[in-house]
Ligand binder design. Structure first.
Ligand SMILES: *Cc1c(COP(=O)(O)O)cnc(C)c1O
Length: 379
């Protein structure tokens, strides 16, 4: 044995197996990276890969950020007083029911930090948001993935999958990357059943990152469910319809018992000053939100009509993206990249024949459809 081998043999391995087992999150390819790889002009690249708002940052939020730049020498408000007050007024809940996060991703992490540990388990659906698995694995907890039904959550099966170790159930509504949606009545019935059977022993995290893209008649005031169920956390984000993905700001609504737990494991300064100021402005910018909703609705039609024309199967989407079945998705993805179009392969989500296309501006949707048509038409 070499000295090195002796050393490694003698020392216990510092890295837990459950950390080794984690397959890192595959993010959408940045524009600059594709430009370097394929020697393309960054300005000519269309990125429809990360469910970002194609309208960009609302002007109201830009002005709000400019106004606070000179104060950036100080730490942000650790309690986010003004943003929580604005959210409390908007959602008609007490401010101490709100937890702010560095993106809503942070809240998923905080919930798993507070509730999961080795020996505990979480329940989530197949093809659900990848972070549920990551956040569970990072705690050394067991994950119970429940087979999807028509690409969406099977709430009956999820209810039945809750076992004695289960502490947390993740529900994405609408779901990413599939775009599926659970009507309010189904979610309400699930929440009632879980609470009745398990009480506060099992927490439900209802992730509503795409809520603002729903048609008004489908939207539900989920803060009222939080009033009803002390085991419920609802999470929302400013990354999608509010156009602030790069700032990283989201929030959760839960009753004080859970809010207090989330706060214990939270980094004191997890939401920066620019993000807090921008979020307050965006929350008050109803016009921008409406514009985002309308542009998305129109873009969804454009993509869906394109897929129908090409005879491609797609999953009807309630979000700002559409999942489409292209067959050899890795080849089609590569051909799209060569043409300067970035979309999202979802093989890692158990969907190897599919691509997820974020809805862009009309000209971006057209660029993507033209490239896809060219690739599929090629002999
Ligand atoms: C995008 C997304 C999030 C989180 O986004 P943040 O930028 O971290 O707020 C959470 N859940 C789902 C289902 C998403 O698609």
């Amino acid at each position: 044995m070499s000295t090195q081998e002796l050393k490694t043999a003698a020392l216990p391995d510092a890295v837990p197996d459950y950390v080794r087992a984690i397959a890192p999150y595959q993010a959408g390819k940045p524009i600059e990276e594709l430009a370097r790889e394929f020697k393309l002009d960054p300005a000519s690249i269309v990125k429809l890969a990360s469910n970002e708002n194609p309208l960009g940052v609302p002007a109201s939020a830009q002005r709000a950020m400019t106004a606070v730049i000179s104060g950036l020498g100080r730490y942000p408000d650790p309690n986010g007083f003004d943003l929580k007050a604005a959210l409390a007024a908007h959602y008609h809940v007490p401010a101490d029911w709100i937890t702010l996060g560095n993106g809503s991703n942070d809240l998923l992490e905080l919930a798993s930090l507070a509730l999961l540990s080795p020996g505990a388990a979480s329940v989530y659906a197949q093809h659900a948001f990848a972070v549920y698995r990551l956040a569970t694995q990072a705690r050394g907890a067991r994950h119970i993935m429940v087979p999807a039904r028509d690409h969406g959550h099977d709430l009956d099966a999820m209810f039945n999958a809750i076992d004695g170790d289960t502490r947390l159930v993740f529900i994405a509504n609408p779901n990413n990357p599939t775009g599926t949606f659970l009507p309010a009545a189904e979610v309400a019935a699930f929440l009632a059943r879980v609470y009745e059977r398990h009480g506060d022993r099992v927490t439900v995290l209802l992730d509503e990152a795409y809520n603002e893209y729903l048609d008004p008649e489908l939207r539900v005031d989920s803060a009222r469910w939080v009033e009803q169920y002390s085991n419920l956390i609802v999470s929302r984000t400013f990354s999608k319809a509010y156009g602030l993905a790069g700032l990283r700001v989201g929030f959760a609504i839960a009753q004080p018992r859970l809010t207090d737990l989330l706060n214990r494991v939270r980094q004191p300064f997890n939401v920066n000053s620019l993000a807090q100021a921008a979020a307050i402005a965006a929350l008050g910018d109803a016009q921008f939100l409406q514009q985002s909703y309308e542009l998305n609705k129109r873009g969804k039609q454009e993509l869906v009509q394109g897929f129908e024309r090409l005879g491609l199967q797609f999953v009807p989407s309630y979000g700002n993206f559409v999942l489409v079945r292209v067959g050899d998705a890795s080849r089609i993805n590569l051909e799209l990249l060569k043409r300067g179009v970035i979309v999202r392969p979802v093989a890692g989500d158990g969907l190897p024949e599919w691509l997820r296309i974020s809805i862009g501006l009309p000209e971006e949707n057209a660029r993507f459809l033209a490239a896809l048509t060219e690739i599929l038409d090629a002999p």
